[in-house]
Design a protein. Structure first.
Length: 182
């Protein structure tokens, strides 16, 4: 995912800087949600591989849905935060691509990366909901502070994806401040 951030740097524009800021905002909430859930499951001794997610859809629908949203956002599927972050980064490079063929190669690599990541991320979703190898069918206990943080992350992922105009404007304003400061 750091490669996508580099696209914004390569763009060398305020649009690229704004895209980086937006992408980082979405990525922050997405990763916090995903890693909190993985930490919660592995802390309970369920292992540190994808098998610890098996049957999560039955054991904790809240965790399953939250992790699904995070993974779909990481994959860059609309209409979640990850999609708009990647879209803005690609858009910032596209403006430069018509002047230099090297940018088209960068865009091709980015699109290829999205396609490959979708395959791997959807394997996680399949494990959450359809794996037959459920290690434990007992419900997952979730403390209320954890539920609150995960709920905030879900709200932010959805807000950034479904109502991106205002956050994009904030990112553009911050990019202009950064550009003026140079």
């Amino acid at each position: 995912n750091a490669g996508y951030l580099l696209m914004g740097i390569v763009a060398q524009s305020g649009e690229g800087t704004a895209a980086i800021l937006y992408y980082l905002a979405g990525y922050l909430f997405t990763l916090v949600a995903a890693f909190m859930i993985i930490n919660l499951l592995t802390r309970d001794g369920e292992g540190e591989d994808i098998s610890c997610l098996a049957g999560l859809g039955k054991r904790s629908p809240f965790l399953a849905l939250t992790l699904t949203l995070a993974v779909v956002s990481l994959a860059g599927i609309p209409p979640l935060a990850g999609f708009f972050g990647k879209f803005l980064l690609v858009k910032s490079v596209t403006a430069k691509a018509f002047g230099d063929a090297g940018y088209f190669a960068l865009l091709a690599v980015a699109v290829f990366g999205v396609v490959v990541s979708i395959y791997y991320y959807f394997r996680i979703i399949c494990t959450i909901y359809w794996s037959k190898d459920t290690p434990d069918n007992s419900p997952v206990a979730i403390a209320w502070p954890t539920r609150m943080v995960l709920g905030l992350c879900v709200a932010a992922i959805l807000y950034l994806g479904l109502l991106p105009d205002k956050p994009i404007n904030w990112a553009n304003a911050a990019a202009k401040i950064e550009t003026v400061a140079k």
